[in-house]
Design a protein around this ligand. Structure first.
Ligand SMILES: [Zn+2]
Ligand SMILES: [Zn+2]
Length: 360
């Protein structure tokens, strides 16, 4: 099969012939239908986060099951699935206490460089990314890295649930547990930020403030649930949020992964408020917080992602798929080499009919 391989950071992906073995007892072989190009993939392509190379990136995907291992009962060939980047074992301490996103079983949730699933003609090891590697025509994954979906769900939309939607929605609903009536600010209105805004609306937040410098994104945010919009170009963003909310919000969500905005997320909290950092702040970058603010019971749960594995029969996620409206255009698989420039969609064989997609 073909896969888009990252050989070196800041270099184009290269289409290579690679192969996968037959599924092990609990593994599933998937024909990739659609893979989104997430900003997190770009972080690795640009070298802002380390990963053993060469590697096949890609993690926001959906496809069709082709083969299953001898012990797999959850899916069968022909089933449609969304991939999940937070694969879990289901039996470790974190899994059995309700936090499978923090699964510690490294035989299932393999660390970077540990997987031997991908191979090619060269002697050099080819690395799987996040136990998925969806910039390829097929994926071999653990059965706990997929969620079965209905066949009438368009796969190009389903792929978004695999990362962007569940990250934004999960940060609001699972991580921050926003309660009805609470005030929320979301800094950054890309695909993840839009899902956070929509998640806040579903959670019943009273005030939902969208922050972005792009007027079109701010307008779209109002359709997805934002009650107020703030453009940082109109002045100090912290002050603007404080003015709108009589002194600060209950919850802030930073979705850009930048030091400056992470610090702003904390500064715009009301006493007792919580900042949730969703964005991937570049590896090694520190953020600075004013110690005094902790006396007011403000909290920053650190890097708290929204990557909770969504419950297998959780129906709410589809409600945040208005992200479709944030559509840009799709790319053919052959265009993957320039994907980093176009920030569109890496669309794989067999799905040439659609047009969308979102991305940060
Ligand atoms: Zn992602
Ligand atoms: Zn576990």
């Amino acid at each position: 099969m073909k896969a888009a391989v990252l050989h070196e950071v800041n270099k184009p992906l290269v289409i290579e012939d690679v192969s996968l073995p037959k599924p092990g007892p609990r593994e599933v072989l998937i024909r990739t239908a659609v893979a989104g190009l997430c900003h997190s993939d770009l972080h690795f392509m640009e070298g802002l986060y380390p990963h053993p190379l060469p590697a096949v990136l890609g993690h926001e995907s959906a496809g069709v099951v082709e083969q299953v291992g001898s012990d797999v009962t959850y899916v069968k060939p022909g089933d449609h699935v969304v991939t999940c980047l937070s694969v879990f074992c289901g039996t470790c301490d974190n899994c059995t206490t309700g936090r499978p996103v923090l699964c510690t079983d490294t035989s299932v949730k393999m660390l970077p460089g540990a997987s031997n699933r991908l191979s090619w003609a060269r002697s050099e090891k080819l690395n799987q990314f996040l136990n998925l590697s969806s910039f390829a025509e097929q994926m071999l994954v653990h059965e706990n890295a997929i969620v079965k979906i209905r066949k009438d769900m368009p796969l190009e939309l389903a792929a978004l649930i695999g990362c962007g939607v569940v990250t934004g929605y999960g940060a609001v609903v699972n991580t921050a547990k926003v309660a009805p009536g609470e005030s929320v600010v979301v800094i950054g209105c890309g695909g993840v930020g839009m899902a956070a805004i929509n998640g806040a609306q579903i959670a019943g937040a009273g005030r939902i403030i969208a922050v972005d410098t792009n007027p079109a994104k701010l307008q779209l945010a109002t359709k997805l649930g934002a009650t107020d919009i703030v453009d940082p170009r109109n002045g100090d963003v912290v002050q603007q949020v404080r003015d709108l909310t009589n002194g600060g919000v209950h919850h802030s969500f930073e979705v850009l992964g930048r030091k400056e905005t992470a610090e702003q997320a904390f500064a715009m909290l009301a006493p007792g408020g919580t900042a949730t950092i969703v964005g991937m702040i570049p590896f090694g970058q520190k953020i600075e917080l004013h110690g005094f603010d902790f006396l007011r019971e403000t909290k920053d749960p650190g890097f708290v992602d929204g990557l909770q594995p969504f419950p297998r029969r959780h129906a709410a996620a589809h409600r945040v798929l208005h992200a479709r409206q944030a559509a840009s255009r799709g790319l053919d698989f052959g265009e993957a080499e320039t994907a980093g420039d176009q920030r569109g969609l890496c669309r794989h064989e067999g799905r040439q009919d659609g047009t969308q997609h979102h991305r940060v």
